[in-house]
Each structure stands twice: as C-alpha cells, then as structure tokens.
Design a protein around this ligand. Structure first.
Ligand code: ZN
Length: 143
C-alpha cells in the first residue's frame, strides 16, 4: 500500500533479489523488539520484503556442482541434465521458497549474510541490474 514511503528517490534494484523481490523498509524505526523469522534472534529491524528462506549454501553448492546455468539459466532444461529426483524435488521447494516473497522480520545479521551469499552465488546473473553496490550500506541503517 505505502511501500513507496521511504523509497522515494530509490528506483534502483539495490538489494533486489530472488527474482524480483524488493527490499523495502517498513517500520524499521519502531522500538519494539522483534524476532528474526530466519534465525529466531531478537532484532530491532522492522519488516522488510524477503523470501521465506535465506540463501542456503549447501543447496547452492549442489547447484554449482551440477551447473548453475543448467539449473537456473534461461536455457536450462532439467530433463536434459543428470539430476536425481530427490535433488530435483529439493530444488523445486527451494526455488519456490526463494520466490515466496513477503513482508518479514529479518535481522541485520541474516540480511548481511544473505546479501553476501546472494552476490556470491547470483552476482554474475544480476550484474547488469545490480551494479551500484556503493549504496548497499543504505539498506541496513536502522537508526
Ligand atoms: Zn536472523
């Protein structure tokens, strides 16, 4: 509804992730203690728009083993690659969770970790649209 409130001049996709998710501020200044939905720790952070799961390194490593382009790439075709059905199911769930983006309370530590992992694993794929990393710090200012 009022997602644009604090985003006024920011139309770039800094912090955008998981195929179109946007990192928005929402009540980051409120005093109430919240609990991170990913790790369960207390956090002063308000809701930001995040996936249901953080990026999981052990899954990303599996993706790398098979070939990132083959799995997530535009021309990836799972029927053409050697992928066992358990892993395929795991990847489907993972993909679905990463795309399940909603307003969630995620702590700063998790956000930083996720951002780092996202750049590590998806940096190449988003290079063209997410190239103003100088602004990154802005995302996490909470006071
Ligand atoms: Zn957390």
């Amino acid at each position: 509804m009022d997602d644009n409130r604090k985003q006024n001049s920011k139309s770039t996709n800094v912090g955008s992730k998981h195929k179109g998710g946007k990192l928005n501020y929402d009540g980051v200044a409120n005093q109430k203690v919240n609990y991170c939905e990913w790790c369960g720790n207390q956090t002063p952070m308000g809701k930001t728009t995040q996936a249901i799961t953080p990026i999981l390194e052990f899954i990303e490593d599996k993706i790398d083993l098979i070939g990132r382009e083959d799995i997530w790439g535009e021309y990836g075709d799972w029927s053409m690659i050697d992928i066992d059905s358990d892993l395929e199911a795991e990847l489907l769930v993972y993909d679905e969770m990463l795309n399940n983006v909603d307003k969630r309370i995620i702590c700063e530590v998790c956000l930083r970790t996720d951002d780092r992992l996202y750049k590590k694993y998806y940096g190449d794929m988003i290079g063209e649209i997410n190239n103003d990393s100088d602004d990154d710090e802005d995302i996490y200012i909470i006071e």
